[in-house]
Write a protein that binds this ligand. Sequence first.
Ligand SMILES: Nc1ncnc2c1ncn2[C@@H]1O[C@H](COP(=O)(O)OP(=O)(O)OP(=O)(O)O)[C@@H](O)[C@H]1O
Length: 317
Amino acid sequence: MATAAIRTVGLTKHFGKVIALDGLDLEVSPGEIFGFLGPNGAGKSTTIKLLLGLLRPTRGEAWLSGISVSDVERAHASVGYVPGDVSLWPNLTGAEILALLGNLSGNVDSRLRDELIERLDVDPSRRARSYSKGNRQKIALVAAFMTRPDILLLDEPTVGLDPLMEAEFQALAREAAAAGQTVFLSSHLLDEVEDVCGRVAILRDGVLVEVAALAELRRLTATVLEASLDGPVPRLDDLDGILGVEPMDGGVRVTVTGAPGNVLTRLGTAGITRLQSHAPTLEQIFLTYYETSAPQRDAVAAAHGASAPRPVGGDQP
Ligand SMILES: Nc1ncnc2c1ncn2[C@@H]1O[C@H](COP(=O)(O)OP(=O)(O)OP(=O)(O)O)[C@@H](O)[C@H]1O
């Protein structure tokens, strides 16, 4: 079997009494785009800093391409990194910063660097102090990709990018993966990673909740319908796949897994005046799915022909 691009065994980090990461076991293959999802404070940045050797683990081990991350020099030889909060030297221009970082890492592909600058639409002649968060992010992305590293560790890289640039970033990630590079992408939004990642890990309070193929997760996730109604809200909780029903001003918000046709038919009897439907955010998935009682969750999973995610808390049957 090929050496994993990223491997962690029992990786744990305590900050005093705070358990930022608790026994993470993970394996990411070369050429994968792997989403690392979790709400704020879940432990994503801590994991990435442990992988970079910027933090020492309390327990456990991690390897990049088979090299222990404690061997910082060797493990870093082919890693690109975008931190969660990009700070750049304020008095240097984007071009000067890229030259500086390029000198540190060596082997910059200058044609690729220029292409990245153009595709991400950032002006390298400006001083970093005048850059918006999005522009700082873009310079960090150019720096991470321009050496064609084997592994890209990207901590919420699209925060601050507009949708067009987010799409460009996704194209870059796909091209990197097609060339055999591994992209490890953290995010607190499922939307941001679902188009581009093959597999995702979900982290919560430092604990790995689930590793799933995106297709499986999508089957398990719900649709949120918000309907304004003419008449009183009809009964909905007896319908298949209902995970939640909440009253709204002049209507109702329904969370449903699978096809929502039966819900729409029932709502139609009360006269729908306005209807909005959206995919749940990661937070909502946690709230509606992972906090659903275990028997209900298992029933939902079985109905969709997939295995149920492991429960988060102590609610095992
Ligand atoms: N240096 C530190 N000292 C003390 N606690 C810390 C430190 N770094 C992180 N933590 C705590 O560890 C937990 C995990 O934080 P981490 O930054 O890894 O989460 P995250 O998933 O990256 O969240 P975010 O999306 O908000 O950055 C949080 O409770 C955080 O407050």
